[in-house]
Design a protein around this ligand. Structure first.
Ligand SMILES: [Ca+2]
Ligand SMILES: [Ca+2]
Ligand SMILES: [Ca+2]
Length: 438
């Protein structure tokens, strides 16, 4: 694949992401002369092994609407959610930022104190508001200088990353078992949807946590929200249920959405599920332990997902295992997928791994403690990731350290990067940090 297919490109533009262009995807990796050179059911297209394309997304206006965005001039931002408005930045969860990380070690320019761990990842709205959430139950918006805009309090811990829709509405889940829709400018409650029918909604214990809304949510191109609880949920933007998919365990991580509308999600029942746009099971892949990592989907449809069985799996869109890469401990972070196809993921063994498309190790970078944070890949291929050694690391594309900054606690949230190079990250010391550097 020399270039991203135009349909995908249109989708990228619709989502407000940058033009990824024709860089990356070296023809040597997965290169082919004919279909026979490709593993499994893949076909050879322009020298690259690709999964056969399935029918375009057929529910609602969704992806077909993206075709119209081809007429939008690149100078005018297309209507769509902000570029980093949800966990892993878009429904594919590739973790790619269109911006550049600072070359030099950044300084902390402000913090927001929430008095409880911040494991939710920050997001940035189209108007520049920075959103965060914490185990205090608080969801908050501050401006780019850290001045409070609004606060909304839920009844229990918030792990969920606030997601921002094209119209500015903010969606966030809580351990009080509700998915909330808040007005983006004011934080005013628009609606809430209770996920599941758990007898006990707050506190600790199996019944209290089974219906927690920790996952994402992920916003589809048609505005549908995908989240988890005691199963996998698709909820319309007006707060009514589109479908619910039953799993054998709690779903704690954000579902990912492929270009054809397939929903991928992991569960604490050890499985990864592929679900069609109408909520029907396509397939189920069994790992050997809980799946708490949120799936990431490459341009060719390959799904990368980690498990507490210490492995990162590469699965085909048909649910076949392409490879499994074994680390020394749980893989709870979500994989980031570089523009050249390199997969970057951290493990509880403290290492950040860069893995080639074929499942072989490119390099590993050692941090001082477990990695829960999902890595960001900047426009040049440099990587940003947090560790439970309380540091935030910037790593060069070749695996060498660029800089690291010590913060006040475990950095389990997934840091994000604003257009001006400001980094936002949450930590277990109760703070959200803004860092700036040159
Ligand atoms: Ca709960
Ligand atoms: Ca394990
Ligand atoms: Ca620590």
């Amino acid at each position: 694949m020399g270039c991203i297919p135009i349909r995908r490109l249109a989708v990228s533009l619709l989502l407000g992401a940058v033009f990824f262009g024709c860089r990356g995807h070296a023809p040597t990796q997965g290169g082919c002369g004919s279909d026979k050179d490709c593993k499994l059911d893949r076909v050879c297209e322009a020298g690259q092994c690709l999964w056969p394309r399935r029918a375009a997304y057929s529910v609602g206006a969704a992806f077909p609407a993206a075709e119209t965005s081809k007429q939008v001039s690149p100078a005018e931002p297309p209507a769509g959610p902000p570029a980093q408005g949800m966990f892993r930045f878009d429904p594919f969860h590739r973790g790619r930022s269109p911006f550049l990380l600072p070359k030099q070690k950044p300084e902390v320019v402000w913090t927001v104190e929430t008095l409880a761990p911040v494991t939710a990842s920050p997001t940035v709205s189209a108007s520049g508001l920075v959103l965060g959430a914490s185990h205090s139950g608080k969801v908050f918006a501050v401006n780019s200088e850290g001045k409070p805009a609004w606060t909304f309090i839920t009844a229990d811990l918030v792990w969920s990353t606030p997601a921002i829709a094209a119209d500015g509405t903010v969606y966030v889940g809580s351990d009080d078992d509700n998915l909330y829709a808040l007005e983006g400018k004011t934080g005013k409650l628009l609606w809430k949807y209770r996920v599941g029918t758990c007898q006990q909604t707050i506190g600790i214990g199996p019944e209290a946590t089974r219906c927690d809304v920790d996952a994402g949510p992920t916003i589809g191109p048609d505005g549908t929200l995908y989240t988890g609880g005691d199963g996998i949920y698709a909820i319309y933007a007006n707060g009514t249920l589109r479908w619910r998919f039953t799993t054998g365990g709690h779903v704690s991580s954000a579902p990912a959405l492929a270009a054809d509308g397939t929903v991928y999600a992991g569960s604490q029942d050890n499985s990864i599920y592929a679900i069609s746009p109408d909520g029907k099971r396509q397939w189920e892949f069994r790992a050997r332990d809980d799946v708490e990592s949120s799936p990431a989907i490459e341009e060719d449809g390959t799904v990368y997902v980690g498990s507490d069985d210490n492995r990162l799996y590469a699965l085909s869109p048909q649910g076949q295992m392409l490879w499994a890469f074994t680390t020394g401990d749980d893989v709870r972070a979500s994989a980031a997928i570089g523009r050249d196809g390199t997969v970057v993921v951290g493990s509880y063994d403290g290492l950040l791994y860069a893995i080639r498309r074929d499942g072989t190790l490119l390099w590993a970078f050692r941090t001082g403690d477990r990695i829960q944070s999902s890595a960001l890949i900047d426009a040049s291929g440099a990587i940003l990731v947090g560790s439970q050694d309380d540091r935030l690391y910037a790593i060069e594309p070749d695996g060498k350290l660029r800089w690291s900054v010590e913060l006040g606690g475990d950095v389990d949230s997934s840091p994000i990067l604003a257009a001006n190079g400001t980094i936002y990250a949450g930590t277990d010391d109760g703070k959200m940090y803004a860092l700036r550097g040159k």
